[in-house]
Structures are given as structure tokens and as C-alpha cells.
Design a binder for this molecule. Structure first.
Ligand code: AMP
Length: 277
């Protein structure tokens, strides 16, 4: 499995590649959720490229860029074992030679990006869209595979592909969860044993919200659930019902609408979302 360390090696590799290519961008510290996306990619294309890059552009000041878990050697072993065709592991210098602040950025529509995670993380989705666009230009994949776990990110990238007339097909892989329901995330490794016991309650409460009768009022339900989560030890950033396409708020529960939550346990910020069946 070739490990491509800079954009020119990636371009050379891409030029000689035969067959369809699916691309799975990640920030590494790989878990079963990432590997499920890899399997989805393998089922849809002949070749699969995974990138491992902790993108400084999508972290704000005071966020966990420097403490984000990194384990590249172990990640490479997992990817080779899973039959990944090739891996792109660029450096900051390679991707942002003039420095991140001098980089031209993609500005996603505010209606999608200044809500939910965009409130606590201004500029985050601009950083995400920028790196995804750069990686798409470098890798030229037929298919891009993202996870439903980061649903707001999925919608923003989907919109960018459409708005910039990119031909890449976008696939969304379902959220992989631990047996207790906690959505797998690289950041889970930073939970203390006590926090790890509390963490699955976020998913449990989202599942309960999804089971409310149709046309229930969302706001009181969210408030009640939020109080339970805070009592359990979470600091809630948001808990909201929104439309799965426009991401605009919805007052009453209905099939296809989606509950979104972000909550912190100590320094670890967890996000999750579930669609009403
Ligand atoms: P990350 O490394 O956290 O940036 O995630 C890389 C990709 O994996 C993104 O498309 C995420 O949405 C996706 N992903 C993260 N966690 C999960 C999960 N538990 N299940 C499925 N996909 C996931």
C-alpha cells in the first residue's frame, strides 16, 4: 500500500491509476467507523484512497488541534490490513505553503454553516470545505465517502459539490456505534473512564427523541432532555430538531427530520445526530 506524503506524489500516483477511485478523507486515529467507510468505498469503486490529515484550518483558537489524537503508524497498519489501495499523509507545509492564514478559503452558505456546530466553531466549516476542495482537486476521485456522524459537514460538502459543479459522486456512510450506542469518534479515546460511562447517554436521549409521536412539540422535549443530560454531567452546546436538507429548525417532530446534539464532557466535545424514522 503506497503511502503518498506530498501532493506531487499523489498526482503521479493518480495519473497512472486505472479503474474507478473512491476517496475517504479522515483526520486519522482510525476507528471502526472510518473502516466502515473504507468498506463502503471498496464496494463502490475499484480503488480506494484514504487521507490522514489533521487540518489546522478547521480548528479555532483554543480548540484541540494540538491535543487531537494522532497515531499514523497504527492507522497505516489498519488500512493495509483492510486492503486500502493507497494513503495520502501530507504535511501542513505541503498543503498550506504560505501558512493557513494566507490560504484562499471556501465560504459555505451561512444558512448551513453558522448554525449548530458553526455557532461554537466560527470558521470551522470554511476550513472543512477548503480542505475537502483541495483534496478533491488533488485526488480527482469518482466518489467521495463521508460519514453521517458529521451530518452538517456532509450537507455543506454536498452543497459545495453542487454549487461548484463538481462531478464527484457523494456517498454518506451510516454512523458506527459502540455496543452501548456511543457514536465512534477519535475523540472518545480522550474520555476518562468515568466520562466514558456517561457518554452513551447522548445517543440514548437522541434515540428517545426520535421515538416521540409525530407532530410533538420539539422545543419542550429538547429542554427536558437537555436538563437530563446536564444533570448527568454534560455541558450542552445544542440539542435541536432540524430539516435534513435545509438544516433549518423545525417546531414539530416528523419523519425525516433530524435531531442534532453537541455536548461536552470535560474537555471532550461529542456530537451526534439521528433521523426520525
Ligand atoms: P474524522 O477523522 O473524524 O474527520 O472523520 C473522517 C470521516 O469519518 C468523516 O466523513 C466522518 O463523518 C466519518 N466518521 C467519523 N466517525 C464516524 C462513525 N462513528 N461512523 C461513520 N463514519 C464516521
Amino acid at each position: 500500500m503506497p503511502v503518498l506524503r506530498d501532493p506531487s506524489s499523489l498526482r503521479k500516483w493518480r495519473q497512472q491509476l486505472r479503474g474507478s477511485l473512491a476517496f475517504v478523507p479522515t483526520m486519522g486515529h482510525l476507528h471502526a467507523g472510518h473502516l466502515a467507510l473504507l468498506r463502503l468505498a471498496q464496494a463502490r469503486a475499484e480503488q480506494v484512497l484514504v487521507s490522514i490529515y489533521v487540518n489546522p484550518l478547521q480548528f479555532g483558537p483554543g480548540e484541540d488541534f494540538s491535543s487531537y489524537p494522532r497515531s499514523v503508524e497504527e492507522d497505516l497498519r489498519k488500512l493495509a490490513e483492510a486492503g486500502c489501495t493507497s494513503v495520502f499523509v501530507p504535511s501542513d507545509q505541503d498543503l498550506y505553503p504560505l501558512g493557513a492564514t494566507e490560504q484562499t478559503r471556501v465560504v459555505p452558505p451561512l444558512a448551513l454553516s453558522d448554525i449548530l456546530c458553526g455557532v461554537q466553531r466560527p470558521g470551522h466549516f470554511s476550513g472543512v470545505a477548503t480542505i475537502v476542495l483541495k483534496l478533491l482537486h488533488l485526488a480527482e476521485p469518482d466518489i467521495l465517502v463521508l460519514g453521517e456522524k458529521d451530518y452538517q459537514q456532509f450537507r455543506i460538502v454536498q452543497q459545495m459539490l453542487s454549487d461548484f459543479d463538481l462531478a464527484t459522486q457523494l456517498l454518506c456512510g451510516p454512523t458506527e456505534r459502540d455496543t452501548d450506542g456511543l457514536a465512534l469518534s477519535s475523540r472518545n479515546s480522550r474520555l476518562s473512564p468515568e466520562q466514558r460511562v456517561i457518554a452513551p447517554q447522548l445517543a440514548t436521549e437522541l434515540r428517545k427523541l426520535c421515538q416521540l409521536p409525530a407532530n410533538s412539540l420539539a422545543l419542550p422535549a429538547a429542554q427536558e432532555t437537555g436538563e437530563r443530560l446536564q444533570a448527568a454531567g454534560f455541558v450542552l452546546d445544542y440539542l435541536e430538531l432540524r430539516d435534513s436538507t435545509t438544516l433549518q429548525t423545525i417546531n414539530n417532530t416528523r419523519s425525516g427530520a433530524r435531531w442534532f446534539a453537541a455536548a461536552r464532557l470535560g474537555a471532550v466535545r461529542l456530537i451526534d445526530n439521528m433521523v426520525i424514522p
